[in-house]
Design a protein around this ligand. Sequence first.
Ligand code: AHR
Length: 504
Amino acid sequence: MRASVTAHRDYVVSQIDDRLYSAFLEHLGRAIYTGIYEPSHPTADGNGMRGDVIDLVRELKAPLVRYPGGNFVSAYNWEDGVGPREKRPTRLDLAWHTSESNAVGLHEFSDWCDATQTEMMLAINLGSRGLDEARNFVQYVNGPIGSYWGDLRKANGRAEPFGVTHWCLGNEMDGPWQVGHKTAHEYGRLASEVAKTLRAFDSKLELIVCGSSHSDMRTYPEWERVVLEHTYDAVDHISLHMYFANPTKNTAEYLALNAKLDGYIVAVASTIEFVRAMKRSRKRVTICFDEWNVWYHSKEQDGAILAGAEGWPHAPRLLEDIYNFEDALQVGLILNTFIRRSDVVKIACIAQLVNVIAPIMTEPGGPAWRQTIYYPYYFASVFGRGQALQLAVKSPGYDAEVADNVPYLDVAGVHDADGATLTFFAVNRNASEPIDMEISLQGFGSARVVDHWEMTNTKLEAVNTLKAQSAVAPKKATNAGVEDGVLLARLPPYSYSMIRLSLA
Ligand code: AHR
């Protein structure tokens, strides 16, 4: 099968915001406890943080990590997680039916972000709490010494303000499962007052208002319209979430789902434009896709804990999806979609980062390893920085439930003018046929392939586990080259490829 693509230096979607490759960590299951924090682990640092996990996270170069939830945040008291550890209360976490020891809180998480070379993006509880706690939290985190909250932070060991810029105004407030769920009008009013108050403290904060939890919500996309009408001029981004699943084991349908993601982004971008026009506003609110991933493998096994059958366990195994090769293809497709929509999607967070629906898994007292989905996320984050190209793609396709004529070739291109590189991320959705991909390179000068990695597997169900940690991993490939200004590459059936060209 052949597919032809044109890439022109001047046909650019947008400069990709590095924050597109951010991540998320929630106080949920073993994400924090025995995930990032395990004082008794042989690799633990002076703060009790696992060094092996820090190394794997650092490789990913995630610019921001959203914290501490998720559903967890909607009944969280941030004060529980600061001050002397021995005085911190154990609370019942209503979102996940577990116990929270609060051994890790803001200060510990900040130290971990320093160690992993990322920045905190903090979520505020607008479920069970409101304006007062929000302003106190922000002042504790960022306020000066000589004020009540700044002095308390200093007394807790940190004189310098943390300087956190990104703040999520609640989490999934459209969801009836959320503690403190609200209607769009209730939430919009509250978020607008909170935003106004936080801006009175610091006008430069980047504020993120909740959009829909997914595009099948009954309230979507009216939720976005109403919430933005209340908040448009006070916020910077609207948050969207989407999780992908293949419960019926229909690979063709599963691998077409990024068409649905694309439609979701386009509809919300249009809603933003609609409200902007209504408001006669010059400002452009953008999308913060602060939860996305595959999530379905663990749903059944989690049922008992979530129903309370095990009482209130501390850090049980929850949402521990073991990802297969097919999921790695899916993650490649999702990231390609974000790159192609990088004019409007400025922040995105893979959900989550460690143990809980995560690219990194750990064993208590044992090793940490990369799941299959680690790799496409790694390649996009490390090499997908620069300008997203508006590629013209001609590929045979197939009809799926979510879209007609889904191209077998899904490709995104990124031009890094400073680094003089051009990188393509390609997924072949075809089960049995390779794709001979020809990319006509226009306006880039001479080009040669300098790096080419491929993920293929005879089994879509292949996984990495404690016992076989690298069963699924990318391999160096050699079947791509540039001839007469055309990049030629043969993409095996069901494959993910990263091809990098030097333009020097
Ligand atoms: O990431 C897991 C959960 O998914 C989050 O807590 C919630 O925001 C979403 O529903």
